[in-house]
Design a protein around this ligand. Structure first.
Ligand code: NI
Length: 171
């Protein structure tokens, strides 16, 4: 598994629900966590590795790594907050995104257990960012047009310097 970058069509597709949470899904969960750690990210979603399933991993400081399978956003706060976000699929680019301050989410963990979680702060931020990935949405989409265009140009320049990502997903 390799992390796909902006420009790969899979990042723009809607991911499918997971059926049974079997050993294969558990293995996928472990791989997601491992790749997230190696990339020094705080979250990684299935579509980012070309796996079009509704699963993501999150690990923020002072918390345990968490797996969310078939998540549903139950509620989000009216209050919005701005925070600088980055994404392992858009390396080298950061932008200030406005999102709900708090979120309530329902999902299943890698052991097949359902759970409810009320989150604020960075955890809420990461949940909303990763959830977006399952619907083919990137944080750049949530920026004002001019800001997005400027950052896209910066990303293209960075990519041109590094060389394009190969079709097999390897950088
Ligand atoms: Ni991301």
């Amino acid at each position: 598994m390799e992390i796909l970058r902006l420009g790969n069509a899979l990042l723009r597709q809607k991911a499918e629900l997971i059926g049974d949470i079997d050993p294969e899904v558990q293995e996928t969960a472990e791989k997601l966590i491992d790749l997230m750690h190696r990339g020094k990210g705080i979250g990684l979603a299935g579509p980012q590795v070309g796996l079009m399933k509704r699963i993501f991993a999150i690990h923020i400081e002072k918390d345990i790594p968490r797996i969310f399978i078939n998540p549903s956003i139950i509620e989000t706060s009216q209050e919005l907050v701005k925070y600088e976000e980055g994404c392992l699929s858009v390396p080298g680019i950061w932008g200030e995104v406005s999102r709900p301050k708090n979120v309530r989410i329902q999902a299943w963990n890698e052991k097949g257990r359902p759970f409810n979680l009320e989150a604020g702060g960075l955890l809420a931020r990461a949940i909303l960012h990763e959830y977006d990935h399952l619907d083919g949405i990137l944080f750049l989409d949530r920026l004002p047009d001019l800001k997005r265009i400027r950052l896209l140009a910066k990303f293209e320049k960075l990519q041109a310097k590094q060389g394009p990502q190969k079709a097999d997903g390897k950088a």
